[in-house]
Design a protein around this ligand. Structure first.
Ligand code: GGG
Length: 351
């Protein structure tokens, strides 16, 4: 199979982890006889520095031409400490999602048994946890009107959803639930928010079409609590952009570390595959970042964008084997990890 992949490392540790992701793609191409070609493009802070824009037109053109995109991360601490900055790295990420119609963000929370000791949650609560999150990605408070009033002393952001936006992500989640354990949890805040009442109405209207799937509704606050108390009660979870952003960071602790969580952003056209973690400038350049989220994102790309199931399984199997052999990056090292088995980014990639 011939495929063209755009690598967009972005900021901070993005370059380190996508380098490993690309090495894995090359290894798969060799092993299975595929031909993958690559290009690179800028986004985020590095793009602002080079062109003044967080998503240059050239990047967008290359994204549209690619069969899939391997993405790193965006962000830079200098903007976090400057609330007045008008141009920000994250704008590149949001604009990319909107321009490419990437409305569904799939975030699998897969706990590898070998990492049971990497989490601060008790093993008996964690063992067997396996959740697939669907985070809506092109609506909500991230894209609603926002403004400063009263000479800057008052601010608002608008949480807004249209029926069709909810329908399309909810349908994707129902379809996925059908292929798994046929349980769907929809998370909202319908006891307070009007946009959440619309969300719940839409889920309730669609549910009869998927009578084989058991549906439950949880408020975001209760879902956040249940995720830590009893993660096994969840199979597929569907929620809005903001709630999904927060809940999946929380859920990363089920998998042991943010460094283990891959994601796929899909919609009408191409797919973007990236770790859920950000640019992590505190560890950038130190060679200690965990590349496994990028590697597992490659597995999602092979499966979802290219339909290469055996290749995707080979990648997940390789991650499992490396963990079984005892190798860890420092974020997933547990009390029983031997110090010589704690590896840096490149060494982990080589395993
Ligand atoms: N690789 C994910 C990433 O770069 N995250 C940084 C970020 O700004 N995330 C906000 C979001 O996902 O909406």
């Amino acid at each position: 199979m011939k495929k063209h992949i755009l690598v967009v490392p972005g900021d901070g540790i993005g370059a380190e982890v996508t380098t490993v992701g690309k090495q894995v793609l090359e290894a798969i191409a060799r092993k299975f006889g595929h031909e993958f070609t690559y290009d690179e493009a800028l986004i985020g802070h590095v793009a602002i520095e080079a062109t003044g824009s967080p998503l240059p037109g050239e990047t967008l053109t290359k994204m549209r031409a690619a069969d899939a995109i391997l993405f790193g991360a965006v962000g830079h601490p200098k903007y976090d400490n400057d609330p007045t900055a008008k141009v920000r790295p994250e704008q590149g990420l949001l604009q990319m999602r909107k321009e490419l119609g990437l409305y569904a963000n799939l975030r699998p929370i897969k706990l590898f048994d070998e990492l049971l000791d990497a989490s601060s949650i008790k093993p008996e609560i964690l063992r067997g946890a396996d959740i697939l999150f669907f985070r809506e990605l092109t609506g909500d408070v991230y894209f609603g009107k926002r403004e400063r009033l009263d000479e800057g002393n008052t601010a608002y952001d608008t949480m807004i959803y249209s029926k069709y936006e909810v329908e399309r992500i909810v349908r994707k989640a129902f379809e996925a639930a059908r292929t798994r354990n046929k349980r769907l949890c929809s998370v909202d805040k319908a006891n307070v928010l009007e946009s959440s009442r619309l969300w719940r109405e839409v889920v309730q209207a669609i549910a009869p079409e998927y009578a084989d799937v058991e549906v439950e509704h949880q408020f975001i606050d209760a879902a956040a609590m249940l995720l830590i108390k009893d993660p096994k009660r969840f199979d597929v979870v569907v929620t809005g952009n903001l709630f999904g952003d927060i809940l999946t960071d929380e859920a990363s602790q089920i998998a042991g570390s943010m460094g283990m969580l891959a994601s796929a952003s899909v919609g009408d056209n191409t797919g973007v595959y990236e770790p859920i973690h950000g640019s992590a400038h505190d560890i950038t350049g130190k060679g200690v970042a965990n590349p496994l989220a990028s590697v597992l994102s490659v597995a999602l790309m092979l499966d979802i964008s290219f339909g290469l199931k055996a290749e995707a399984e080979a990648v997940v199997g390789a991650v499992d084997a490396v963990l079984k052999a005892g190798y860890r990056t420092r974020d997933i090292a547990g009390p029983t990890t031997q110090p010589e088995h704690v590896l840096g980014t490149d060494a982990m990639g080589q395993q």
